[in-house]
Design a protein around this ligand. Structure first.
Ligand code: ATP
Ligand code: MG
Length: 566
């Protein structure tokens, strides 16, 4: 189903969160002809699930109110920004199911205008060139309890400021020699208003403007004006920018901007067992602690895509957690719940043996092959069925056999009968071991009268095992993933890296897969019966498929919710 076909969840008449309530009220009051929002990433890393919350909110509001949402790169810092990140961000937003149409913008598109507006502030005596070093500026800034001190350069004349700023732009001074600051109030209780830096000298090439500039606007100076230029009606951002709002408003009030955006803040997404910070994720990539930005353990959108999370699940998750101003930490299991919900409906079922143990059916004729019909998806009859080959030598899961089973173990054991899914009841008669005592083969009898899995006399074993015919199986690699961190609150003791889970990835190289899996391509998602949901990794080759475990079958989150409700 496309997004268009779905009823808009937060339609104006039934606003589902405080942002939509504000927008609905503005629409009702006739404040705006068109609602315009934007998603404004800085291209200094890959997007993570926190960004997905912001994307779903901004694009979702635009969709619900029939407005539009811009994608704008806040590319004001060329030393940290790269084309690779720009491309990845565009790909991720599209993958999530959103479309900015022709409305792709860059803060760098506005560099000329921002520069001219800086001249306006200088001429009005509201900005000045400061020669203090970064450290000195910091020392002058004061603290939350103490006011700041004026820079000795604060009282420069307009002419001197225009001259110096022009020469900064011409490249006469080295990096860090001077900055342009807004002249607001060094004693303001809001530190953001203590003469914030507007421009710094950076002799750095920019991915879009090349070497045209050697002075670059700060994020704080560029951000609000970019919104104003684009006619953004509702500038939605996370709470850490609340204290910056008076500064953004100051620029807007003091500049001849074409529109006056209003900023609204919401609480950022925090998730247990992970860290949502581009800066920290970049460190993991740089230090080689993961396979890259798209490592399936990473909370990046490219990582969870590779892991197999469907985009619908992220949209479902965003709708489920909602939008509020209260800070909270969401249980990672809630996200996994949404993933299972979608995959349960959509993923075809297959049989795969991850840690194979050989079973020989001693009374099954050599060379005989039977085909059994297997349901592709019990949740979706239209998915049909497939046939699965059965023969004398099979693979079963090593953990489905115990030589000396404890009381509650109902799977295969010496002398015990179990059902093979879709096929027969079999009984284990002999255990074959190698010299080291390791079980290498089970010799079993099958009961020909139980074809399809039911016995004429009604006996019914407690366990049903998945299996793969050895002669028909295709080999594969399966990568099992656990949380990236060992604890729900990584870094709580002050050291994030120390909390990394050393067992977050386990690679199983010798898996045996049902032949219907041949030909699957990267990104395909399946359920391996009894094991979980898996996704084909781009490392796959035609002769060696690689699967990532997306999520196991057990939904702990749903259980906790059910318990809470009862
Ligand atoms: P990070 O801290 O990971 O570097 P950021 O806030 O610096 O993230 P930006 O590129 O500036 O990243 O973010 C783009 C938008 O995404 C901003 O509007 C920001 O508020 C929003 N955003 C970032 N992280 C989250 C989060 N965890 N939850 C919700 N929104 C977020
Ligand atoms: Mg940021």
């Amino acid at each position: 189903m496309t997004d268009e076909a779905k009823p808009a969840p937060g339609a104006p008449e039934e606003a589902t969160d405080f942002i939509r309530e504000i927008v609905a009220a503005d629409v009702k009051a006739g404040k705006h002809k068109t609602i315009v929002t934007r998603f404004p990433p800085e291209p200094n890393g890959y997007l993570h699930v926190g960004h997905a919350k912001s994307i779903c909110l901004n694009f979702g509001v635009a969709r619900d109110f029939r407005g539009r949402c811009h994608l704008r790169f806040d590319d004001t810092n060329p030393t940290k920004e790269e084309q690779e990140y720009i491309d990845a961000i565009e790909q991720d937003v599209r993958w999530l199911g959103f479309d900015w149409g022709p409305h792709l913008y860059h803060a760098s598109d506005y560099f000329d205008r921002l520069y001219d507006w800086a001249l306006v502030l200088i001429r009005d005596g509201k900005a000045y060139v400061d020669d203090l070093s970064a450290d000195e500026i910091r020392a002058h800034r004061g603290t939350l309890t103490e006011p700041g001190k004026d820079s000795p350069y604060r009282s420069r004349s307009v002419e001197e400021n225009l001259d110096l700023f022009g020469r900064m732009r011409q490249g006469e001074f080295p990096d860090g020699a001077r900055v342009l600051r807004a002249k607001i109030d060094m004693a303001s209780p809001n530190i953001n208003l203590r003469d914030p830096v507007m421009y710094r000298i950076l002799h750095a090439s920019h991915p879009r403007t090349g070497d045209k500039w050697c002075v670059y606007p700060t994020y704080d100076y560029a951000h609000g004006q970019s919104d104003a230029i684009e006619g953004i009606t509702h500038s939605i951002c996370t709470l850490e920018f609340e204290d910056h709002r008076p500064l953004y408003d100051w620029f807007i009030e003091n500049l001849p901007v074409p529109s006056r955006p209003r900023q609204y803040e919401f609480a950022r997404l925090n998730l247990t067992y992970t860290v949502l910070s581009k800066r920290f994720l970049l460190q993991l990539v740089k230090d080689g602690r993961v396979r890259g930005w798209d490592d399936p353990r990473m909370p990046t959108l490219s990582g969870i895509r590779r892991r197999g999370f469907p985009p619908e699940a992220l949209r479902e998750f965003a709708a489920m957690i909602g939008v509020a101003r209260r800070e909270s930490v969401v249980d990672y299991a809630a996200l996994e719940h949404c993933v299972r919900d979608v995959l349960n409906r959509e993923a075809p079922r297959r049989m795969a043996v991850l840690r194979p143990l050989k079973v020989v059916l001693t009374n099954y004729p050599e060379g005989q092959v039977e085909q059994f019909e297997a349901v592709n998806n019990p949740e979706d009859p239209s998915a049909g069925s497939r046939s699965v080959a059965f023969s004398r030598v099979l693979w079963i899961e090593r953990e489905d056999f115990l030589e000396d089973p404890p009381k509650k173990f109902f799977r295969l054991a010496p002398g015990r009968e179990v059902r093979l899914r879709y096929a027969y009841l079999i009984t284990c008669e002999e255990v074959v071991k190698d010299a080291s005592g390791q079980v290498v083969e089970l010799r079993c009898r099958y009961d020909p009268a139980t074809r399809g899995g039911s016995a004429p006399d009604g006996r019914s074993p407690k366990a049903t095992l998945h299996w793969v015919s050895a002669a028909h199986a295709i080999p594969g690699e399966v990568r099992l993933y656990e949380h990236l961190f060992m604890r729900p609150d990584p870094g709580a003791d002050g050291d994030l890296l120390a909390d990394l889970n050393p067992r977050s990835e386990e690679v199983l190289a010798g898996c045996q897969l049902e032949p219907a899996l041949a030909g699957v391509t990267a990104g395909a998602r399946v359920q391996f019966e009894r094991q979980g949901y898996f996704c084909v990794d781009p490392d796959s080759r035609a002769d060696r498929l690689v699967f990532n475990r997306t999520v196991t079958l057990r939904d702990t989150w749903a259980k906790v919710q059910a318990r809470g409700a009862s």
